[in-house]
Design a protein around this ligand. Structure first.
Ligand SMILES: *Cc1c(COP(=O)(O)O)cnc(C)c1O
Length: 407
């Protein structure tokens, strides 16, 4: 693979720092012009010819020892793929990490991390709620042999044990948009690797590695792909952990398809523009919702972003049933706006008490704001919110005397 570090260096041999927007469109593509190409090629090979089986054996041995990407062709599609590698290179550049390893989904990526740590005898995980519902489920059910201690960010240091292999947080968290002080948690972790699920933030709004996270996880299905047509996951980390993750990916098979790798690389090129535009709209909708007497509470993160969560006084199912422009659907991060009811869908799999304890109210709606015009979105929301129980009462002040929501 011709994606070495030299390709990121300026002509004088020193690294040339480039802005995020520039990396987004150029990273993972540095070799194309030299090859006489403009769009990245899609390599669909599952296997690669080799007339030198001794050399091949040495390359396989090297992969088995370190998980380093083989020099030259990848041997077999489960070891690596050049098109997927372009996306990995680009994402690592955006996150400011040495490497990134892509998987078939966000859950496959998290599974690989748990398997890497578990295989080292470090099965205990310290985690902060809320997490995405299926991540919570994977840890709580111990499906991969891990054992979890749930705590709040301040309790991380005390929850560590000699067999703790991972601390996991999500920030902003799905679905409440709660934010974690990453630097403080990274400090509390000591030598235990901190994994930050940064799906909601994207590298445009937050780069957890700069705050001490050793592993940055994305459900690339969301903003990185950005168009609702790719299922993928990725972990950005140092080369040592990346090698282990590649070995687990090779052994368990959760590889990303090259077409998905191509679409993700293309998605990254517009990531900064998409995230900034959708965030501006989301911030405005959050402002209007906050001022709206039909809405009990609005959650919008300090770092911004395109996700808004809000609690309604009325039946949240009525709002879901009444939207027309906005699509009622799980998932997020696409060009169009989606809304869903976490207690019924994305976090259904979490025990109801645990869910409510993590601040996921039964009245909470989670909206992923897309690239539509803000006024069109607001008209749809306004109509879907209906009269609301407080409208008849006529004033904002009255609305706050409505029964408090269970949280
Ligand atoms: C969707 C999501 C996941 C799971 O990713 P998949 O690509 O659906 O497997 C993990 N974390 C967060 C925060 C998510 O939103």
């Amino acid at each position: 693979m011709d994606m070495d570090t030299t390709s990121t260096r300026a002509h004088d041999g020193h690294p040339a720092p480039r802005a995020l927007a520039t990396e987004a469109v150029h990273a993972g593509r540095d070799d194309l012009a030299r090859q006489g190409l403009h769009a990245p090629p899609i390599d669909l090979s599952t296997t690669y010819p080799s007339y030198d089986s001794r050399g091949e054996a040495a390359r396989i041995d090297a992969f088995a020892t370190t998980g380093a990407e083989p020099d030259g062709p990848p041997v077999y599609g489960r070891l690596g793929n050049p098109t997927v590698a372009r996306f990995e290179t680009a994402l690592a550049r955006l996150e400011g990490t040495e490497a990134a390893v892509a998987f078939a989904s966000g859950m496959a990526a998290l599974s690989a991390v748990l398997l890497v740590r578990g295989s080292m005898g470090l099965r205990h995980v310290v985690a902060v709620r809320p997490l995405y519902g299926c991540s919570d489920h994977l840890l709580t059910a111990g499906l991969l042999g891990s054992e979890v201690t749930w705590t709040d960010p301040a309790g991380v240091a005390d929850a560590l044990r000699p067999d703790t292999g991972l601390v996991m947080v999500e920030s902003p968290a799905n679905p409440t948009l709660a934010e974690v002080d990453l630097r403080a948690v990274a400090h509390a972790c000591g030598s235990v690797p901190l994994l930050v699920d940064s799906t909601f933030a994207t590298p445009v709004l937050q780069r957890p590695a700069e705050h001490g996270a050793r592993l940055v996880l994305h459900s690339a299905t969301k903003y990185l792909g950005g168009h609702g047509d790719v299922l993928a996951g990725v972990v950005a980390c140092d080369e040592e952990l990346a090698g282990r993750l590649r070995q687990v990916r090779f052994a368990t098979g959760g590889v990303l398809h090259p077409l998905a790798g191509y679409l993700l690389l293309r998605g990254l090129s517009t990531l900064p523009v998409r995230v900034r535009a959708a965030s501006a709209t989301a911030a405005e909708l959050a402002r209007r919702l906050t001022a709206d007497p039909r809405v009990a509470r609005v959650h919008y993160p300090r770092i911004g972003g395109a996700m808004v969560a809000f609690e309604v006084y009325d039946d949240p199912h009525e709002v879901i049933g009444a939207v027309r422009l906005i699509t009622p659907a799980v998932s997020l991060g696409s060009v169009d706006t989606l809304i869903q009811h976490p207690a019924s869908i994305s976090h259904r799999i979490v025990d109801a008490d645990d869910r409510r304890g993590a601040g996921v109210s039964d009245h909470l709606l989670r909206m992923s704001v897309g690239l539509e015009d803000v006024e069109d979105l607001w008209s749809d929301l306004d109509a879907a919110l209906g009269r609301g129980p407080s409208r008849g009462a006529g004033s904002c002040a009255n609305s706050h005397s409505a029964p408090a929501l269970a949280t």
